[in-house]
Design a protein around this ligand. Structure first.
Ligand code: SF4
Length: 463
């Protein structure tokens, strides 16, 4: 019927949407094009997180528009389509359809690409969202032995720098059974295709620790920091249920106040002691300016608690430098925190002044060059910490999941955002293999299978 080409920008949550849109297009009879030039339908799933991401989205749109073959349709979806749909339609006549969330890329009632040229704006604004819920679209087979699973859309928090709630809306959690059905779909899919077996599920949401709170209603159990109410919190229940189905369950984006004892226990019980804490800063007055919870001391205590229970636990976080009002004292506190926390991984971003956010109107904006200088200082410190943490793993034995020929991950690395473990090319993709970690190289590690080492050692003894 036709070939589609999908280009995805932005975060893992966008990748999930793209996977589902691909499954949807394939259910309509489209096949994946080997490259953009041969596609009948080009889809750009955009990111609107910060200015740099928007620019990358626009550059991608323009590049695909320039190289598409004659007659091919160009559809723009994702966060930019939702947030700046009118501006995109006005500024980029190359686009055939701007489709925000809940808008179909092609009409379900027809089996050919929609003729959009003449009715571009009307199509974009009149295609109903009802019945086209991205969250609940069927899931095609994963291309790797791991997959993101999005469990909620939107966010109920009011972080001063963040525009996401303004265009993704309030949190809308999927029912537990629907999420588990998607995991089952992913697990069953490899039997029908040549995809590798699914070994790892990475749960994502804007505010993952709050999963299900919008569904539980009054009496919301386990909302305390200890989670001792007797009823399992939705995120802990979900974590345990997914972990019963698949070898690895990993959680990304945990708002620190949501990290209850109960959730920590559930994560540790999965066997993937990986904690991605969305901290953003550590200075209490500065976090208050950001309209966020917590402070460095509390964060350090939580990290120490987890390390006491599991010394091998891995920690990741992200931080914003140059949010309005950030003082030298705030910055020093962040540096002190990084040195004390010894996180395994951390990402640093300079503040991006986003339309419609609380921060956009705040006084004491930090000059961009100062924000960048602070970022470099943090990154330099953290790079050394990360490298030392990776060095410390050399000589130890771990299990790797082979993601691709020659490349795998232990439980210490999340896919796509952390370092990798290089393994021999002949290990089968999707296998879980016990390896000895033999060398480090910045954030990455090199490993050899334990079996191979044992064979070499036996050979040495018999020779
Ligand atoms: S928790 Fe995340 S998505 Fe929600 S408002 Fe804060 S930064 Fe934005």
């Amino acid at each position: 019927m036709g070939l589609y080409y999908m280009q995805t920008l932005g975060c893992p949550k966008n990748q999930v949407d793209s996977d589902k849109l691909e499954g949807y297009l394939e259910a309509q009879g489209y096949a994946s094009a080997p490259d953009a030039d041969s596609a009948d339908l080009l889809v750009v799933n955009t990111c609107a997180f910060i200015e740099a991401a928007r620019q990358e989205s626009i550059d991608t749109i323009l590049s695909l528009a320039e190289h598409r073959r004659s007659g091919a349709r160009l559809v723009v979806t994702g966060c930019m389509a939702e947030r700046y749909g009118d501006e995109l339609r006005d500024a980029l006549p190359e686009i055939d359809l701007v489709a925000g969330f809940g808008h179909e890329l092609v009409p379900a009632s027809t089996s050919v690409p929609v003729s959009l040229g003449a009715t571009r704006v009307a199509a974009a604004t009149t295609v109903p969202g009802a019945g086209f819920d991205l969250l609940e679209l069927p899931r095609p087979a994963a291309h790797a032995p791991w997959a993101y699973v999005k469990v909620a859309e939107g966010c109920d928090r009011i972080c001063g720098f963040c525009a996401i709630p303004s265009f993704r809306g309030k949190q809308r959690s999927r029912p537990l059974d629907d999420v588990l059905a998607e995991v089952d779909q992913l697990l069953d899919a490899p039997t029908a295709t040549d995809a590798p077996p699914l070994r790892e599920v990475v749960l994502v949401a804007q505010d993952l620790a709050s999963y299900g709170r919008d569904r539980t209603g009054p009496g919301r159990a386990a909302r305390t920091t200890t989670g001792t109410s007797g009823r399992p919190s939705p995120i802990a229940a979900l974590t345990r249920a997914v972990a019963q189905r698949v070898e690895r369950t990993r959680l990304l984006y945990l708002y620190p106040s949501g990290l209850t004892d109960e959730l920590i226990g559930a994560v540790l019980d999965t066997g993937v002691p990986y904690f991605d804490l969305s901290l953003q800063h550590v200075s209490r007055p500065h976090l208050a300016r950001m309209r966020r919870w917590g402070d460095g001391e509390r964060f350090l205590r939580r990290i120490a608690d987890i390390r006491a229970a599991e010394p091998d636990a891995t920690f990741r976080s992200s931080f914003i430098l140059g949010y309005p009002g950030e003082t030298e004292r705030d910055h020093d506190l962040l540096l002190e925190f990084l040195a004390a926390a010894q996180l395994d991984w951390a990402g640093f971003f300079t503040f991006s002044n986003e339309d419609g956010t609380h921060a956009a109107g705040l006084p004491d904006q930090v000059p961009p060059e100062l924000a960048l200088e602070r970022l470099r200082e943090c990154a330099e410190l953290q790079d050394a910490i990360t490298a030392a943490k990776r060095d410390a793993l050399v000589g130890q034995t771990r299990q790797v999941l082979v993601d691709a020929p020659g490349r795998g991950r232990t439980v210490h690395e999340a896919p796509e955002i952390d370092g990798v473990v290089y393994v021999p090319d002949d290990l089968a993709v999707g296998d879980l293999v016990d390896v000895a970690l033999v060398a480090s190289e910045g954030p990455d590690l090199h490993a050899v299978p334990v079996d191979a080492l044992a064979a070499v050692s036996a050979g040495a003894h018999t020779s």
